[in-house]
Design a protein around this ligand. Sequence first.
Ligand code: NDP
Length: 397
Amino acid sequence: MGNVLIIGAGGVGNVVAHKVCQSANYFDRVMLASRTLDKCNKIAAKLPRPIETAQVDADNVQELVALINRFKPDLVMNIALPYQDLSIMEACLATRVHYLDTANYEPKDVAKFEYSWQWAYREKFKQAGIMALLGCGFDPGVSGVFTAYANKHHFDEMHYLDIVDCNAGSHGKHFATNFNPEINIREITQKGRFWENSKWNETEPLSVHQLVDYPEIGPKESYLMYHEELESLVINFPSIKRARFWMTFSENYLTHLRVLEHVGMTSIKPVRYQGMEIIPLQFLKAVLPEPSTLGENYSGITSIGCQIRGKKDGKDKTYFIYNNCDHAQCYAEVGAQAVSYTTGVPAMIGAMMMLTGQWMKPGVYNVEEFDPDPFMEQLGAYGLPWHEKINCELAFK
Ligand code: NDP
């Protein structure tokens, strides 16, 4: 049992709050804090048990420290944005409280994400006797746990890793992003990157694509992108010769994105507008639907998994592990679409792993550095059942 402070009351924050409340055996007192108090209170009103709420600016370390000292959590879950990773880690260090997040730090003024900024805290966290668990959503998160599980139970050596992420759902809007629009568009418009021949290889944004055959969905065009878990996975599993990440986008989504890019709306360079400076992408975010509002009429499913090839007992082996998740079922359960749900459930399970001591050692860690088995046991129980295919036909090349 432990007290948990959840920061961020968006699409994912709502799911984390519901799931924490469903697991009352593991979580004692719960607080949901965010920039906009009203959003916390609206979520709290729908939860099966009472929680506390608070307003906080998570960019402000002093405010965070004051809130942590007042509420006295054992763990702070950063479910706000990657921009807040370092300020919340600083506040956790100052108060000696454990930390968890779902996305790695990126500076506001450079569209670049990598673990270096957060891995730099390893020694400080170790000295303070506290733990930080990085990237504990679905991808990153479950994708790393799936890979660790494959390594533990199915391979002597993993050689080729492909993480495949499909959203075959429809929300009925002309254009919307399934998680925070600013973070999502920054990620998608970056150059692609994959690991091969012991180095990172770059591709033009969304220029490499192929059909991937997703279970219960069928073939969908999938685009090679850079995704942060690749960075830690190729370090933690050095036998991996090639690691890639693929995501589906509809033609409609890509057409809108191209137009927005061409007219400059996805830029993060400030422009003068009516006497003040604004960032076009931040303005775009303000006019797009919020991820937390997409669930109501969302139909269809998501499918996220890992296809791994390597050696077991001297023989070639192919292994595919995945979860499929239904948007409408998530909405019926917690009032969220499946992208928020598949992120929020693993975040709660990561918190459970830490508070029960099953994943607990001082320092800063990625999920694949821990025993995957207890996490995998909880995944199905809390709404994300997983499936395996062994020596199956490849879903793609
Ligand atoms: P939303 O935009 O729906 O929610 C973000 C929340 O953070 C909002 O409530 C927002 O407040 C709050 N917030 C933003 N800045 C601050 C601040 N300075 N202080 C306090 N609160 C703040 O995003 P999502 O819920 O969709 O995503 C949340 C996180 O989950 C993101 O980091 C995203 O990258 C990550 N994610 C991870 C995935 C994974 O699989 N690993 C997949 C999907 C998302 P306000 O409402 O006032 O703006």
